[in-house]
Design a protein around this ligand. Sequence first.
Ligand SMILES: *Cc1c(COP(=O)(O)O)cnc(C)c1O
Length: 235
Amino acid sequence: MDIGGNLRAIKEKIAAAENRGHRPAGSARLLAVSKTFAPAAVLSAYNAGQRDFGENRVQEWLEKAPELPPDCGWHIIGRLQTNKVKYLDSRVKLIHSLDRFALMESLQAAGTKKDLIWPALVEVNIAGDGAKAGISREEVRDFLAAARDYPRVDIRGFMTIGPFEAPAAEMREIFSSLRRLRDELRAQNVPGAANLTELSMGMSQDFEMAVEEGATIVRVGSLLFGERKYYREEA
Ligand SMILES: *Cc1c(COP(=O)(O)O)cnc(C)c1O
């Protein structure tokens, strides 16, 4: 597995997609989704210049992070249980999965205790899929308004996870809806909306389309690191 080569190829595709989407070079960044991959694989990406890594289980992150250089920026991308918030610290650069009030409350409490402010993205269930986590598009406005009472949570934008294996046209519509929702809230001067600069959307299957539609962060795992197999079970 040539992780450095994969990284370069993905970055070239991001650059080409920025160009097709008439976006400035460097406006979409790669988040390397390192969940289930061993520290050695993550280090290969690091040595090829990658610094931002995404994990979806706090326990796995706690085990992995100390084995990697201290300037890695860690992103929490999976559903975050409130009883795991106490393990988070300043190594966490961005929480992508702020999907409910209870989590905002836990982050506020932990942030106060640790004197930290958590940069976070609201996970929006843009497709209105009842089985999926996230705030519905109808509830986003109230969620942002309520977030003003939680100063330890700094909402920087939106994240979405599309339906599994949806047709390309449907995924494109989801990505563009998330961007339009953000643009609408900004145009209406909804409190907090000016701060919504990040759009985390697109994975290995569809990151190029997401960049064309305005993603500022694409979350790519398997295309970079290979087929996912939990590293602890391989050994
Ligand atoms: C695993 C995961 C990804 C990466 O998926 P790939 O298809 O391997 O690129 C992206 N986002 C989230 C939220 C994930 O859990």
